[in-house]
Ligand binder design. Structure first.
Ligand SMILES: [Zn+2]
Length: 224
């Protein structure tokens, strides 16, 4: 097992957006997935949070279906972000309860850490306007959380901003397109993605043709 993260750096805009979003849910808990990357110094960089529709949600409980994890992973792949940008945190809110993990929280975390052995658990406390983070195989170690204006490659940021359009069924918190993003840069990224889709379509068409051809080539059942 790789060393567990010792610090969580959250993009300032995402920090505020997460507190604002979870503060407006009538005190129900809400669960989601933090996406980002790791530094060489074993820090988690939290660049966005995605909240799937909640399967169940109350003042002390929340859950979402596992299929949304797969959907997010595929979409990050479609955008050419995975595996550099991946699921780094299981996130849920504790409106008015404080920063801690319950036994049930640790159990849920235990089920998810199989997806990524460096996963952390982040708890959003909207009434205290705080986010806490826990690391380790059973999320027993509370780690430092720092709010920072994260800088990353413009191309990666454009791709991340497109996530919102590709996951309309989820609440997607990602930084907006950079202010200095030129239409040229945006188009360049879109062309690369469009080209990838065209190539996938071509591959699919060839695959389907090959399958039909092999069906045609099969000898027909003999009729007595
Ligand atoms: Zn909890």
């Amino acid at each position: 097992m790789r060393p567990t993260p010792r610090k969580c750096v959250i993009d300032s805009q995402i920090y505020s957006a997460a507190i604002e979003f979870t503060a407006n849910l009538e005190r129900d808990e809400w669960g989601g997935i933090g996406i980002g990357s790791y530094t060489k110094n074993n820090e988690v960089l939290l660049k966005g949070i995605v909240f799937p529709p909640q399967y169940r949600s109350s003042a002390t409980y929340c859950s979402f279906e596992a299929k949304y994890l797969a959907l997010l992973k595929f979409t990050l792949g479609d955008l050419g972000l995975f595996p550099q940008v991946t699921m780094v945190a299981w996130v849920h809110s504790h409106p008015g309860h404080g920063i801690f993990l319950s036994d049930l929280d640790r159990q849920t975390f235990g089920e998810l850490i199989g997806e990524n052995d460096r996963l952390i658990a982040a708890v959003i406390e909207p009434t205290q306007k705080l986010i806490g983070a826990f690391s380790g195989a059973s999320a027993t170690d509370q780690i430092e959380v720092e709010k920072r204006d994260l800088l990353w490659k413009e191309d990666q940021r454009i791709r991340l901003a497109l996530l919102e359009n590709l996951l309309p069924e989820m609440k997607v918190l990602v930084p907006p397109l950079p202010d200095n993003c030129t239409p040229g840069n945006l188009l360049e990224t879109l062309y690369v993605l469009a080209d990838k889709i065209v190539r996938m379509r071509k591959w699919l068409a060839t695959e389907q043709l090959a399958r039909q051809a092999s069906l045609l080539a099969q000898p027909e059942n003999e009729v007595e």
